[in-house]
Design a protein around this ligand. Structure first.
Ligand code: C5P
Length: 301
C-alpha cells in the first residue's frame, strides 16, 4: 500500500492517494439494541495494512472503479457508492463543488464481507478531500459527517487500534498492539449485515473484559484476552453462510494460526500469526488449495 497521502512516483495522473484499510473486529460483543433498531456493540478493532486505494484523478471524470472487486460494485449506480456519497456530503458541508473533483477507487477488498470495505473507502475519501481542499474544519465535525455515512466510518477515519462502543461512535484508541501477522480469508460469499443482525438470538450479551491501559505489547497477552471474548455475530452469520464454518475450521487446522475468528458480520475470517511471514506463507498455501477464496496477509496494525 502507498503511504498515507503519498501520491508517489508511478501514480500517473493521480496526485493524491489515501489507503482505505480493512477493519477487523478481533472481538465483537452485541450488548443491546437502540429504539431505532441499531445494535449496541462493544468491539476491539484493528486496521491491518491490507486495503482499497482512493485517489484523486486528474484525467478522468466522476468516479472510476478498478481492481479485482470493481465488478461487485456495479449494482446501485455511482450515486450509491460510498466514495461519491462521502465526497458529496463533505462538499455540501463546506460549500465546495463536488463536481470539481474526480476520484478513482481501486477495489481490492471483497464487498459485503465484514471488514468495512465501503466504510473504509468513505473514510479515506473524507481524509483525502479534507486535505485536498485544505478544509478548516474540526476533527469532531468530520467524525459527525462520517457517522452519517455509516456506523463504521468514524473508526475507519482514524484507522487505529481501538475499542469501539455504541453503534461505533464511541472510540477509545488502544496504545499498544503486538506486531504480529494477520491473515484474512473470505470464501467468496457476500453476507448482508442487516440480515445477520436480524438473525441474532440474543442482544444482551456482556461487554468485553477490560483492556489494560497500556494495551497489548505481547502477542500472548492479546491471545489470553481474546480467549475471554467472542464475535456474537458468528453463529447467526454461519447460519446464513455455512462456508464461514469451513473457513474457520481450515484456519484452526493450520499450525501457524494461533487464533481464528470471523470479523464483523462476515463472511471474512481472520487468523493471527506470531510473525507476518507466517501469515504470508499461509495466504500462499490457501490461494493454491482454495483458488476461489480470497486470502490476504498483513501486519496486525
Ligand atoms: O451503518 P451501516 O450502514 O453500515 O449498517 C448497515 C445495517 O446494519 C443497518 O441499517 C442496520 O440494519 C444494521 N446495523 C445494526 N447495528 C449496528 C450497525 C449496523 O443493526 N451497530
Amino acid at each position: 500500500l502507498p503511504a498515507k497521502g503519498d501520491g508517489g512516483p508511478g501514480t500517473g495522473g493521480l496526485t493524491a492517494v489515501e489507503t482505505a484499510r480493512a477493519k477487523v473486529n478481533l472481538a465483537l460483543h452485541v450488548t443491546g439494541q437502540r429504539a431505532d433498531g441499531y445494535h449496541l456493540l462493544d468491539s476491539l478493532v484493528v486496521f491491518p495494512d491490507i486495503g482499497d486505494v482512493v485517489s484523486i484523478s486528474r484525467e478522468t471524470q466522476g468516479l472510476t472503479v478498478t481492481g479485482p472487486y470493481a465488478h461487485a460494485l456495479g449494482g446501485g449506480g455511482e450515486d450509491d457508492n460510498l466514495v461519491v456519497r462521502a465526497a458529496k456530503l463533505l462538499a455540501e458541508a463546506t460549500g465546495r463543488d463536488p463536481r470539481s473533483i474526480s476520484l478513482a477507487l481501486e477495489k481490492i477488498l471483497p464487498v459485503a464481507s465484514g471488514i468495512g470495505g465501503g466504510s473504509a473507502d468513505a473514510a479515506a475519501t473524507l481524509r483525502l478531500l479534507r486535505r485536498e481542499w485544505a478544509l478548516d474544519i474540526s476533527d469532531a465535525t468530520v467524525q459527525q459527517l462520517a457517522l452519517q455515512l455509516g456506523a463504521d466510518v468514524p473508526m475507519c477515519l482514524l484507522s487505529e487500534p481501538a475499542r469501539v462502543s455504541g453503534i461505533g461512535e464511541n472510540i477509545e484508541l488502544i496504545r499498544n498492539m503486538p506486531a504480529c501477522g494477520i491473515l484474512l480469508v473470505n470464501p467468496g460469499v457476500g453476507v448482508s449485515t442487516p440480515e445477520v443482525f436480524r438473525a441474532l438470538r440474543r442482544r444482551d450479551n456482556p461487554p468485553l473484559p477490560g483492556i489494560p491501559v497500556a494495551g497489548f505489547a505481547e502477542f500472548d497477552a492479546l491471545l489470553g484476552w481474546l480467549s475471554q471474548t467472542r464475535n456474537d455475530l458468528e453463529p447467526a452469520a454461519t447460519g446464513l453462510a455455512p462456508e464461514i464454518a469451513e473457513v474457520l475450521s481450515m484456519l484452526e487446522g493450520q499450525e501457524e494460526a494461533a487464533f481464528a475468528r470471523m470479523s464483523g458480520s462476515g463472511a471474512t475470517c481472520f487468523a493471527l500469526t506470531r510473525h507476518r511471514a507466517e501469515a504470508e506463507e499461509l495466504a500462499g498455501r490457501i490461494a493454491a488449495s482454495h483458488p476461489h477464496w480470497w486470502a490476504a496477509a498483513g501486519k496486525l496494525s
